[in-house]
Write a protein that binds this ligand. Structure first.
Ligand SMILES: C[S@@+](CC[C@H](N)C(=O)[O-])C[C@H]1O[C@@H](n2cnc3c(N)ncnc32)[C@H](O)[C@@H]1O
Length: 283
């Protein structure tokens, strides 16, 4: 059969293929895809069909779940299915709480020289670098104290962007001129109008692929601060509990867990108490 690109554009993701994909994504990555998201999913996957020359979603779905497809295509599917919206200093109250309460408390306690922060579900890195800016401003003049930030996500495309640390200049329009000068480099190509995070901050960060739904995380450290924001909103109550339980085990005693402003935890038998808007401290 000769390939006709027009037939691809008319291709439709039928209910049975939608269910195969949505069940797999829900069970393995937590992301809920209820029936009303079928057309959205179809729209997100169509470019994969075009790229791979599949004329139907059925063929694409068979391929992605084949032995070869799981190795070659599954990650691309995750990359297009995940919702990666993020911003510098998103939900800024959390950064104020960090600056005014968490960081001074860490210095007062004096238990450790290095503050470990984890941005779980970091998308393209804006959250990681916002954390780095606050930490650098705070620790910059404090000899002997340091910090490191781990960013993790299931989207390799976003992790690559995060590592590169290049953003359009308008992504930082709300940031003060002083902070821009201190921590961002302007692109030499004036037409490109991009900015890059300075090496001084990049050197404090590490990025890893980590699926929060797994039972055992490939992260062998505990943290004073975990940000897990605007990801659990896509999960079922049961999966939210599973992830929060895992994260709680990765928090040091006295450490803080930050969830997104529209996310909350209740009726959980965990040593986490609410200390500010969607901020929890481990007892
Ligand atoms: C909307 S972004 C939130 C980014 C950032 N935390 C913020 O609040 O701006 C959600 C991110 O969660 C990631 N994600 C979704 N399911 C995940 C999972 N099971 N494990 C790890 N990350 C996941 C997505 O790839 C996406 O980049």
């Amino acid at each position: 059969m000769t390939y006709n690109p027009l037939s691809v554009y008319k291709a439709e993701l039928d209910q049975s293929d939608f269910v195969r994909i949505s069940r797999f994504i829900g069970q393995n990555y937590g992301i809920k895809l209820p029936d009303h998201k079928r057309i959205m999913l179809q729209g997100r996957l169509i470019n994969r069909l075009i790229k791979l020359n599949f004329e139907s979603f059925k063929k694409y779905t068979d391929y992605v779940f084949s032995d070869e497809g799981k190795v070659v295509e599954l990650q691309n599917m995750i990359d297009v299915i995940s919702t990666n919206k993020t911003d510098f200093f998103r939900e800024h109250l959390h950064f104020d709480f960090l600056r005014n309460k968490v960081l001074p408390e860490f210095v007062e306690k004096g238990q450790s020289r290095n503050l470990n922060i984890w941005s779980a579900a970091c998308s393209s890195g804006e959250e990681v670098y916002s954390l780095a800016i606050v930490a650098e401003d705070f620790f910059g003049d404090k000899a002997g104290l340091d910090y490191s930030i781990l960013g993790t996500d299931i989207s390799t495309r976003m992790l690559e962007k995060a590592k590169t640390a290049i953003y359009p200049a308008n992504a930082i329009s709300a940031i003060s001129m002083e902070t821009k000068k201190k921590y961002f480099l302007k692109s030499k190509d004036t037409k490109a109008s991009n900015v890059r995070i300075k090496q001084e901050l990049r050197s404090k960060t590490t990025f890893l692929w980590q699926n929060l739904m797994e039972n055992d995380y490939a992260i062998n450290q505990t943290f004073e601060i975990i940000f897990c924001r605007n990801v659990l909103i896509y999960f079922s109550k049961q999966d939210q509990m599973h992830v929060i339980n895992n994260l709680s085990q990765k928090l040091k005693s006295g450490g803080y867990l930050f969830l997104g402003h529209s996310e909350s935890i209740s009726h959980l038998n965990l040593p986490l108490i609410s200390v500010s808007q969607t901020v929890f401290q481990k007892q």
